[in-house]
Design a protein around this ligand. Structure first.
Ligand code: HEM
Length: 125
């Protein structure tokens, strides 16, 4: 069984692959209206997930905790709900999905803050 850090990285790599495709499509079409959604897919989906993945790889005690799986679920759900939500909001539609996704994303960061203070960073001496 692979560690939780691996799953953060898999999701992050999927996000940035999709985000780059989206960026290329924006560049080719010259339509940059959804740049805000693209930016969040790449920065929350790839950069943030990658940082979480590095943290859990460096900190096995945190990775072994059940809370790490809850963290992963909240973080993935946040991106999956928030990014389409931002795209819908930019196009004049409802802001409800963007709001719900941002709450999930913020909740995942609160779980991470708790994890960080509980387990520290790296292997215990
Ligand atoms: C193949 C790779 C990528 C392409 C072709 C691409 C393309 C674009 C384009 C066309 C824009 C709109 C620029 C504008 O309207 O001024 C944009 C904005 C942006 N991109 Fe990307 N992008 C790529 C990868 C990334 C990555 C990996 C990240 C972050 C890790 C990123 C973050 C951003 C940010 C922060 C913005 C500004 C959003 C805004 O002004 O609202 N992009 N990108």
């Amino acid at each position: 069984m692979r560690g939780i850090g691996f799953y953060f990285f898999v999701f992050g790599a999927l996000c940035v692959t999709a985000g780059m495709g989206w960026g290329i499509e924006m560049a080719i079409s010259g339509d940059h209206r959804l740049a805000g959604a693209h930016a969040h897919l790449n920065l929350v989906g790839w950069v943030t997930m990658g940082l979480f993945g590095i943290y859990y790889t460096l900190t096995p005690r945190a990775a072994a905790s059940g809370l790490a799986k809850i963290h992963l679920a909240l973080a993935v759900a946040g991106v999956v709900v928030m990014v389409p939500g931002i795209a819908i909001a930019i196009q004049g539609g409802t802001e409800a999905l963007a709001a719900a996704g941002s709450m999930l994303t913020a909740a995942s960061m609160l779980v991470f803050l708790y994890t960080l203070f509980r387990n520290g960073l790296g292997q215990p001496a």
